[in-house]
Design a protein around this ligand. Structure first.
Ligand SMILES: C[S@@+](CC[C@H](N)C(=O)[O-])C[C@H]1O[C@@H](n2cnc3c(N)ncnc32)[C@H](O)[C@@H]1O
Length: 253
């Protein structure tokens, strides 16, 4: 089974666990609030959400004033969940489509002000990520931005205990490149959710951006938990103190 097939299966099987209308998963606390702030100013912008899942980020972009957002995802069940939420709280200008980004995406339009890819590239090989970064570059206006997050490349090697987030490496930092590390991330209610990380080094991300045509200096943020997280739920967040959890990267065309 290819990584993309297993990805589709993982997300079709777990769509209900992902469905949420408030912060639920660890990364809803440790990553998404930061990414959404990076997206500002968002008022009136045309957005494309690659690997949108059940639409959590797309809905937030619309709430924050985006003019439109198109979300695309390989998993039909995640798209079903996204459409279900869309029916219960209709947001004009928000649309979802099923699409395997490894095969390009002819019908997703052009001239986006913002392309986001929130924890998408960790489901792709290095080559697939390069192609998807090129696609993002093509779809942006001349001053558009790409904002994406991925698990921090060091995390699988630094965090050995499982709860509440881990990846099990099957190679070293360099020898494990392009290998799929299985992992889990927990929800605050202690439900584990299966995730994967096709391991890449820092160099792979920056080479990918350069090869895609991004020539400006990317803004790089290494995301971690803070004291407010520990105050909210010490048992949950304390094992993550001082660890680099995610990377958030913003680059302008
Ligand atoms: C970790 S989830 C994140 C979902 C959403 N971005 C969020 O932040 O809630 C990763 C998503 O990427 C999607 N995905 C993985 N590979 C894909 C591909 N080749 N084409 C489109 N979507 C893909 C998965 O189906 C899944 O919904």
């Amino acid at each position: 089974m290819t990584t993309a097939e297993s990805t589709r299966e993982i997300y079709n099987d777990q769509a209900e666990k992902w469905q949420r209308d408030r912060p639920t998963l660890l990364s809803d606390f440790s990553a998404r609030p930061f990414l959404l702030e990076l997206c500002d100013p968002i008022q009136g912008k045309r957005c494309l959400d690659l690997g949108c899942g059940e639409g959590y980020v797309a809905r937030e972009l619309m709430k924050r004033g985006a003019a439109s957002t198109l979300g695309v995802d390989i998993s039909e069940k995640m798209i079903e969940c996204a459409n279900r939420q869309q029916q219960s709280a209709l947001q004009e200008g928000l649309e979802y489509r099923e699409c395997d980004l490894r095969n390009g995406a002819e019908d997703i339009g052009n001239s986006y002000d913002l392309v986001v890819a929130v924890f998408l590239f960790n489901y792709m090989s290095i080559e697939e990520m390069h192609r998807t970064m090129r696609l993002a570059h093509e779809k942006l206006t001349s001053t558009g931005r790409l904002i994406f997050s991925v698990p921090h490349p060091s995390l699988p090697f630094l965090k050995r205990d499982k709860f509440p987030f881990y990846f099990a490496p099957s190679g070293g930092y360099f020898s494990g490149r392009d290998q799929c590390f299985p992992g889990e991330i927990w929800r605050l209610d202690r439900t584990p959710v299966k995730v994967q990380c096709v391991h890449k080094t820092f160099e792979d991300y920056f080479q990918g951006l350069k090869a895609a045509g991004f020539e400006t200096m990317p803004n790089v943020h290494e995301l971690k938990i803070n004291q407010a997280h520990v105050d909210l739920d010490a048992e949950f967040f304390e094992p993550l103190r001082d660890l680099p959890l995610h990377l958030a990267i913003e680059v302008t065309k």
